[in-house]
Design a protein around this ligand. Structure first.
Ligand code: ADP
Length: 317
């Protein structure tokens, strides 16, 4: 079989490890494998290159994606997807492995409706694919966030300040929740913790009056303007306060062993599934077992907040 592989949407550390696994496993099963550059945009533009074994030799531990990534909002249009389909047909590529987040899976689902056998591999730092316990990139981003928060605690404690730190995770609070717990944040604000701004301000003021010298507040992306929030905390609570947006540093870096292992397992599993003529599913991991889920089902699921982890937030603060 001729198989294509692409990375799409937001990049995540470990995407390269997943590309390598797909390429090596495909060649091991005597398939031909093609890289499609710049996601669906490159597919529509015909940026298709044949892969061989040595082209993925040194990428297992590198961040980013050698295939680059892009966004193409027009891929929602049938006539645009038809161009992508024709380009695959030109190369006689029957199956496509797409590495990315939920948007990428929506694109793959739509393309599969034209007759392409698609398999999705979850690659996103947000951990927002509910059909898998973990997504490729989450572990590395968590490490990066924790390293930064630990450093910010050092300076907050020295200066007796409150530090408000915004971490990524558009639709999923996992990065904030996990990093907040791992770094002993006094407050973790996500859409699920439902702590209101008023409660936060009152609580900080009370803590300050009790003599607590510094505080770490981890906030999930898209909930507050953290710079404004820091000003309000200063005015209300008595703490001097600084805000830091961790931003895109969370997307980069050398993937952790956990992300590399997950990428190797999911990449090889995607090829196993194609060998068994299973397609139009995304792969994932549940309780350390490889699983696959139909795109429609996977896209319907929303990750439930972990009651156990949420319980730790107040208990250990
Ligand atoms: P991620 O995969 O990280 O969630 P995006 O949401 O940006 O990233 O999606 C990546 C790409 O997937 C989009 O730029 C678009 O080309 C394609 N895509 C997203 N949603 C759809 C959809 N409903 N139908 C077809 N293609 C889609």
């Amino acid at each position: 079989m001729r198989i294509g592989v692409l990375t799409s949407g937001g990049d995540a550390p470990g995407m390269n490890a997943a590309i390598r696994a797909v390429v090596r496993a495909a060649l091991d099963s005597n398939h031909e494998i093609f890289g499609i550059e710049e996601g669906y945009k490159g597919l529509v533009e015909g940026k298709i290159i044949p892969f061989n074994r040595s082209m993925v030799s040194t990428i297992l531990n590198s961040g980013g994606t050698i295939l680059r990534t892009a966004r193409l909002p027009e891929f929602t249009k049938y006539e645009v997807r038809k161009v992508a389909y024709e380009n695959l047909k030109k190369y006689n590529i029957q199956a496509l492995i797409t590495i990315g987040g939920d948007g990428t899976f929506r694109g793959a689902k739509a393309l599969s409706e034209l007759g392409v056998k698609c398999i999705g591999i979850p690659g996103t730092i947000d951990n927002d694919i509910a059909s898998s316990d973990y997504t490729i990139g989450f572990s590395t981003a968590l490490n990066t966030a924790c390293e930064a928060i630990d450093k910010l605690r050092d300076t907050s404690s020295s200066h007796q300040r409150c530090s408000v730190i915004e971490v990524m995770g558009r639709n999923c609070p996992d990065l904030a929740l996990y990093s907040g717990i791992c770094c002993g944040a006094e407050y973790i604000i996500t859409k699920d913790t439902k702590t209101s701004k008023e409660e936060l301000l009152e609580s900080l003021k009370a803590n300050r009056l009790q003599g607590r010298r510094h505080a770490i507040v981890v906030v999930s992306e898209n909930l507050y303007d953290v710079h404004k929030l820091a000003k309000e905390i200063e005015q209300f609570s008595g703490y001097e306060c600084r805000a830091t947006v961790l931003g895109y540093v969370q997307r980069g870096g050398c993937p952790t062993p956990e992300d590399r292992l997950l990428a190797c397992r999911l990449g090889a599993y995607a090829i196993d599934l194609l060998n068994q003529d299973v397609a139009n599913v995304c792969v994932g991991i549940k309780n350390n077992k490889l699983i696959h889920t139909e795109f429609a089902l996977a896209l319907d699921k929303v990750r439930k907040e972990s009651k156990e982890l949420m319980g730790l937030v107040n208990k250990l603060a």
